[in-house]
Design a protein around this ligand. Structure first.
Ligand SMILES: Nc1ncnc2c1ncn2[C@@H]1O[C@H](COP(=O)(O)OP(=O)(O)OP(=O)(O)O)[C@@H](O)[C@H]1O
Ligand SMILES: Nc1nc2c(c(=O)[nH]1)N=C(CO)CN2
Length: 178
């Protein structure tokens, strides 16, 4: 009798990232980050939102951002994904100079399915996501049939906590290697 080979790949629930840039070529910085995510064999990018130009949040005295949301599944655990995000920030020459200050690239984990994660260096859902239009609106765009995320985002938007402006950049998309 021939042996039946069965390959099981364990993937996560849907993970949502928020990615932002306000130094240098913002579109190129975002595109590089998505390509580096997709290049990791343990990551499968599922959707990328439109590119949004957004008013700086928290520290108004800096250039406008480009922001996107990305959904993905991954075989990495949360800590390992955070390490990958930090590696991608380093590849994008991210400098940690000022709290909520200008940056070439910034990647945050917004939601991980409906999991609550609390470790010394990782809190999910992201503790400030619900206060940020630049996170909520791009995530809402790609939530699709993900009802749990849709409900969370809509509840946060109804609170209207964030008055800052956000607008879609027309005619621009993130081109990544699918
Ligand atoms: N959900 C999360 N996603 C990404 N980083 C997180 C998260 N929760 C906690 N952290 C921790 O936050 C640290 C600081 O992150 P970072 O310098 O990008 O903050 P920030 O983007 O300036 O501010 P904010 O956290 O308000 O977006 C990271 O090194 C990471 O350990
Ligand atoms: N518009 C906008 N403002 C911000 C952003 C960002 O990505 N977009 N990131 C911050 C720190 O995470 C602080 N402020």
């Amino acid at each position: 009798m021939s042996k039946l080979k069965c390959q099981v790949k364990i993937v996560s629930e849907q993970v949502y990232l928020s990615i932002g840039s306000n130094i240098g070529d913002r579109l190129a910085n975002l595109t590089q980050a998505v390509n580096l995510l997709q290049a990791d064999p343990a990551v499968q990018v599922k959707a990328v939102s439109s590119v949004y130009e957004t008013q700086p949040w928290g520290n108004l005295d800096q250039a406008n951002f480009y922001n996107i949301a990305v959904s993905l599944t991954t075989a990495l655990d949360p800590q390992a994904l955070l390490t990958l995000l930090h590696d991608i920030e380093q590849a994008g020459h991210r400098r940690r100079l000022k709290h909520w200050g200008p940056r070439t690239i910034d990647l945050d984990i917004v939601y991980w399915g409906d999991r609550q994660i609390e470790t010394p260096d990782l809190t999910v859902p992201h503790p400030r996501a619900s206060e940020r239009n630049f996170v909520l609106l791009p995530v809402q765009e790609i939530a699709g049939h993900d009802l749990k995320v849709k409900v969370q985002v809509e509840a946060a938007l109804q609170q209207k906590a964030d008055q800052s402006w956000i607008k879609k950049v027309e005619g621009v998309t993130i081109n990544y290697d699918k």
